[in-house]
Every structure is written in C-alpha cells, then in structure tokens.
Design a protein around this ligand. Sequence first.
Ligand code: ADP
Length: 232
Amino acid sequence: MTPAGSLLVAHDLRKAYGPTNALDGAEFSIHPGEIVAVMGPSGSGKSTLLHCLAGIVTPDSGSITYNGREMATMNDAQRSALRSALRRSEFGFVFQFGQLVPELTCVENVALPLRLNGTARKEAERTALSWMERLEVDDLKGKRPGEVSGGQGQRVAVARALVTGPRVLFADEPTGALDSLNGERVMELLTDAARSANAAVVLVTHETRVAAYSDREIVVRDGKSRDMERVV
Ligand code: ADP
C-alpha cells in the first residue's frame, strides 16, 4: 500500500550481503518537504536503506516508488538511466566525510553539480554563492576545503547538495565528525535551507539530538524498520 501523497516509498526491501541480512523487510515513506530521521544502532541497516532509496544499491527484492514511478519493474537499462537522471537533478547527498574536491575552491565545489549539468561558469557560481549565503559560508568562497573547519566544510557540502534544487536530500550522519555545537549549527542551517527549498530530507543518524530536527523518526533494527512515536 502506498501512503497517499508520498514522494518516495519503499516496501518490503530485502538486501543480503552473504549471510548478513542488511535489510529484512524494511518499509519507508516520505512526503514532499518532510524531514525523516532514520535511527538505529550501528549495523542495523540504516545506510543500506538510504543507499537503496537513493538508487546507489539495488535491493534483492521489494519495491521502491519515486514520484509514482516503480523502479523495481524497470529493466536494468531503464533503471540505470532513471537513477543517473535522479542523482543529477532530483537527489542531493551529504555524507559524513571527504566529499569536497580538495583542489577546487569552496565556491567551485558548490558550483560543480551545476557545471556538470552544463550551466555556464558565471551563472553556476552566482547560484552557488546564493546557497553559500543561506548556509552562512559565502565568506569562504575563495578558500579550499583544507583551509576551512569541519563544520564549515559540512555547510559547504550542504550548499553543494542543494544547489541543483533537489526534491530529496539524503544525509548520512552529516554531523558524525563534528562536535555538538558545530553539529547543531549544521543541522539548524541544513533543515532551514531544506525547508525553504521544499526538499524532503532522509536523515540517517544514531544521535537523538540530531533526529530531533526531523518531523518524524523511523527506527531500523536488524534490517526491519518501524515508525517511532516521538516522546517529547
Ligand atoms: P548502519 O548504517 O545501521 O550502521 P549498514 O546498513 O551499514 O548499517 O549495515 C548493515 C549490515 O550490513 C551490517 O552488518 C554491515 O556489516 C552489512 N553490510 C553493509 N554493507 C555491506 C557490504 N557492502 N558488504 C558486506 N556487508 C555489508
């Protein structure tokens, strides 16, 4: 059953790595503009779920529907064409570490997805800078990633993930390498920017403090997921 109005829905996802059932009947749904935290202990299947939803990993079975299109019934060529189109324009990604290109300046890093989509340099960098302003890192435009702090680098990475106007932002432990103060600032700016862009956010985290920025929490345990009632 597809929850009404959902943008991205997964049903009965299964994925095994040898004897390990990384996903064992996982369910997921997210509405446009919604922020959903995927929680659970290390090794429970959170990243595998995110990678399946983003089309990076193919599940062994189950269905994934994006914007009404069922990806599981597509053949390999159709699916890989759709996935690369989605990854270029509809999906944005923020990971824990090492996602900025060290040789490029911060503004060139943020502009990169637009340049790869064929946008002219000046226009790409103008748009990049407006996203850097929202993430409060525009003053770092001429610096290289090695010259900025971890928290600043993550804010540049968030700007880069949002620069193409994605409908879904996938964030895998985006504050995992930061101290709590910097982590909170990144989460505040990430969620504000995503909300203003009406991007849905799939936020993988094992920290309740980070999950508190979401609208809804899903808990994954042993490859199975369920909605968690928030206790305030
Ligand atoms: P989490 O993100 O919750 O820490 P993962 O999704 O990374 O969990 O992993 C779930 C389980 O699947 C773990 O037991 C992990 O070791 C295993 N796993 C994940 N990816 C791979 C892989 N590429 N090869 C082998 N085992 C994997």
